[in-house]
Every structure is written in C-alpha cells, then in structure tokens.
Design a protein around this ligand. Structure first.
Ligand code: SF4
Length: 447
C-alpha cells in the first residue's frame, strides 16, 4: 500500500495506541518507516495535557507542510487527545492535515485512511465508539517490557484536566481479553507488563459482573513467563486496602507505586476537585509503607495552580519531605481549554511557577538521592533489558523499584535474565552493580 511514519507525543498510553495503529495499518499492507521523508502517510499521535505539548504538535505540522508541498500525495493525520479536544479546529489551523481522529476511532483507522485516499478531502472522526481490545502490532515488535491498556477514560473531572473530554467515560476491558493479550506477549518473550489506565485503580468497577484491579493482578500474576507487573496511573481517591494487599502478597507485582499528589495543600486539592485531603493521602502512604516496607513511590505535582499561595506551596514541600519519594514529576500549571481551572481567578504568573518548579525539583532531587543511597551494598533482583545507553559494552537493567542499573557485561548473561545484583555505586540518575550470581548458579540456588 505504502509507507507509514508515526510520531508519538505524550504518555505511555499514546505509545501503546501508536503501536496498535501501526499494527492495524500493517494488516492493510502499510509498512512502517523510521524516515518521515519516505512516508506516504504520517500520523501524529498527540497529547493535550499541557499547552507546550500542543505547541510542539503545531510546530511539527508546520514542518510537514514543506514536505507535503514537495510530495502532494502525502497524507498527514492527527490522532489522539488533541484531535478529540480540538476536532475540526485542527483542520483550520493546520492546512494540509487531511485526517483527524480521536482515540475511540483507532479501530477504524484502516477505513479512515482509505477514505482520505479515495476522496482526497479532510476526514474528521471524533465521535464515541464501543471499546475494542486491539492487539495488532507492527512487524518485528516483540518486547521484553510491554504496556497493556486495561481501561480507558476517566470520570473524576479534576478541574485542571482534559482527559475526561479527550478519552471519554471510564470503560474497562474484560479480564479475558487482557489475559489473552498478556499470554500472547509472554509467548513472544515479554517479561514485564505495565497495566495502563488513566485511573487504573478503578479498573473493572464498570464491568458486569464488576471486578477490581486486585483481582486482575492476581490473574496476571499467574501468567507463565511474566516476571514483573506494574500499573499506572492511580488516583489516591480510590486506592483500596485490597489493592495494597495485592502489592504486598503477589510476588510478581513490583514494590513500585506512582501515586499523584498534585498538591500538599487541602485548599488547593479542593479547588482541583481531587477528592482527597492531604491527611488522607498521607494515611494511604503510611498504610502502603507499613504493608510493603521497601515500596518505591513516585508522584506528579502541579506547581502554580490558580490561587496557590506560598503557604500552600510550603505544604506541598512538606508532604514531599515526609513521604520520601523515589521520583517526583513536577509540572507548571498550564490552563487547558474548557476546564474549570482555566477560568479561575488568581492565575499565577509564569515567573512564580518557574521559581516554585525549581525549588520543588531541588528538594525532590535531594530526597531521591537519599533514597538511592539506601540501596548501596544491597543485593537486589535486576531484570537485564539491554545494552547500557552510555556504554554499549555494558549491560543495563532495572530493579523492581524501577531504578536503572548499569553492569559489566558477562557472556553467561542474556537480555531477559533476572539476576541478583549487588549495588556498588549510586549516581545521580542511575546505579552501578555487579551480578551477585550468574544464570547457572542462580538456577542451582533456586533448586
Ligand atoms: S483522575 Fe487523572 S485523568 Fe481523571 S480527571 Fe483527574 S487528573 Fe484527569
């Protein structure tokens, strides 16, 4: 049919969707290319979570106009969250775009592209559609670690967030469909899965009969070949004791939890409509840390939310100090069209957001370094996942708590091995380690 190039912005769910789209188009004989200059079809999978992410997309679309001028038969399409949020406005703002479709329309991508080729006029598809589990993948993709979408959408309506508009209502995939996908991945060599959902802790409550994430984790834990299970992203509002016990009790579920705090101030949390207080969040963390003593925690925090005072921000710093996160993702508040927060009074000046951003990063960095130091001298399991990025002669892997470890290569060690490793050095963004035993020794020890 022709060559397809996919450009992906945004979260893991977008990465997952891009792969599904490439897989579906492969079934229509579209061949994936890394080079946009040789593509006949370019799809941009977009993120609408912040203004900056959108600016990047429009700047890329501007670049592609020059390519399209040289190659008029080229089809340029925009998919994902921006497509769903801005719909037809994208066609007006970016002439040359001929296809705009949201996430619910992914299953129809083959037909939509065909329609553009046939009619050579812009096609817009942003309506709701039934949730379909798509497992198509492009040729040659078999991964040691894979994302698996288990649910779509969100009904929480936090006042800063466009996800309920871009991804729609909360809908879960059936456990059987998810398990079939994971068994297929394991058969192809996958050792680690990350279950994805915008509010993944709500998994299954919309199904009939209803189920929950803890029950799904139990089933995934039984899949042969899978060594590690992670899940993200959770809203603390619905994080249950049952889920905490699943992390504690299921051997393959990693001691790693991403739990967005967003703010440490109750006033700001209420204005964000998050559904929990600072105290409830800290209770949950205490429960997690008591049940899973070595749990690694990461979080998202927004600085400069409308009305955030210095005192509010100080409370956020305080929670960060008390929790002791392994990683903090800090975002400067960015008003999103159609969200209540965008029109709130007391928008915070950019300079204040930037200053709070730096202060928070400094505190978070200091705490993360201290958390890394606790690993020094300890022996932990590392999943070897490839060559080191900085030195191809070395191997790289990850701990169960999601830390990168660089290691000297050894002929007995292959990608995919999970090996006990002694941590010998702690660097700002990674660890160094030595294998504490090699594959045969590990096998002997385990017998
Ligand atoms: S829970 Fe998450 S996805 Fe849902 S509205 Fe809030 S921030 Fe957005």
């Amino acid at each position: 049919m022709g060559k397809l190039h996919v450009i992906t912005y945004g979260c893991q769910m977008n990465e997952y969707d891009s792969e599904r789209v490439a897989g579906l188009l492969k079934e229509r004989s579209w061949e994936l290319t890394e080079r946009e200059s040789e593509a006949d079809l370019i799809l941009i999978n977009t993120c609408a979570i912040r203004e900056k992410a959108e600016e990047k997309v429009f700047s890329k679309l501007g670049e592609l106009r020059a390519l399209k001028a040289r190659k008029p038969e080229l089809i340029v399409g925009v998919m994902g969250c921006m497509a769903q949020l801005h719909q037809g406005a994208i066609l007006k703002k970016a002439p040359g775009v001929e296809l705009v479709f949201g996430s619910p329309a992914i299953a129809k991508v083959g037909d939509l592209v065909e329609q553009v080729r046939r009619e050579r006029r812009p096609v817009l598809e942003t309506g709701e559609a039934p949730l379909v589990k798509i497992t198509a993948k492009p040729a040659g993709v078999s991964r040691l670690k894979s994302y698996v979408t288990v649910m779509e959408g969100c009904e929480k309506r936090c006042t800063f967030c466009v996800v309920p508009v871009t991804r729609g209502r909360q809908r879960s995939h059936a456990p059987t469909a998810i398990l079939t996908e994971i068994r297929g991945l394991a058969a192809e060599g996958c050792r680690e899965v990350t279950l994805l959902g915008q509010t993944v802790e709500m998994y299954g409550r919309d199904l009939t009969p209803a189920t929950d994430l803890a029950a799904l984790l139990e089933q995934v834990n039984e899949v042969e070949g899978i060594e590690r299970i992670r899940f993200t992203t959770s809203n603390p509002f619905n994080f249950t004791t049952r889920l905490i016990h699943a992390i504690r009790d299921l051997p393959k579920v990693c001691e790693w939890v991403h739990l967005p705090l967003q703010s440490g101030s109750n006033v700001v949390l209420a204005r964000m409509h998050r559904g929990y207080t600072r105290e409830r969040y800290q209770e949950l963390i205490a429960e997690l840390q008591a049940a899973v003593p070595d749990v690694a925690l990461s979080t998202d925090i927004i600085v400069g939310f409308p009305g955030e005072t210095e005192a509010d921000f100080a409370q956020t710093l305080d929670v960060v100090e008390q929790v002791g996160y392994d990683n903090v993702f800090v975002y400067r508040y960015s008003p999103r069209p159609g969200t209540p927060a965008a029109t709130m009074a007391e928008q915070i000046p950019l300079a204040v957001k930037a200053e709070r951003n730096s202060r928070l990063l400094e505190v978070a960095g200091r705490i993360a370094a201290a958390r890394s130091r606790r690993l020094l001298g300890r022996t932990v399991d590392v999943l070897v996942d490839g060559r080191s990025r900085k030195n191809a002669a070395e191997l790289q892997g990850r701990t169960r708590c999601n830390r990168v470890v660089n290691l000297e290569a050894h002929e007995a060690v292959s990608v995919g091995d999970v090996l006990p490793t002694r941590i010998t050095e702690v660097l700002p963004h990674s660890l160094r380690g030595m294998f504490a035993s090699l594959p045969e020794e590990t096998a002997c020890l385990s017998k």
